[in-house]
Design a protein around this ligand. Sequence first.
Ligand code: SF4
Ligand code: SF4
Length: 83
Amino acid sequence: MDCRLGCGACCIAPSITTPIPGMPKGKPAGVRCIQLTDDNLCRLFGAPERPRVCLAFSATADVCGTSAEEAIWLITSLEQLTQ
Ligand code: SF4
Ligand code: SF4
């Protein structure tokens, strides 16, 4: 599937353990990435500073669901299962 522009769920719900510009220790689950704009777009899109983990993440129906709310729920559930 194509990423829903303006969704941003994968930049909020999961924890990220690698450094993000402006968040040197990464981010906890459920916290907005500092690089996520008010429109829920990535400020670093296409930039070399964008974390590799973000480049590696691609939209799939089982993770992204059909709405941002569903994606937050799915990603949060997956994160809790894998802890
Ligand atoms: S959760 Fe999926 S649809 Fe939403 S921004 Fe991330 S990749 Fe795109
Ligand atoms: S760096 Fe960009 S893609 Fe990665 S979590 Fe932050 S806003 Fe999302």
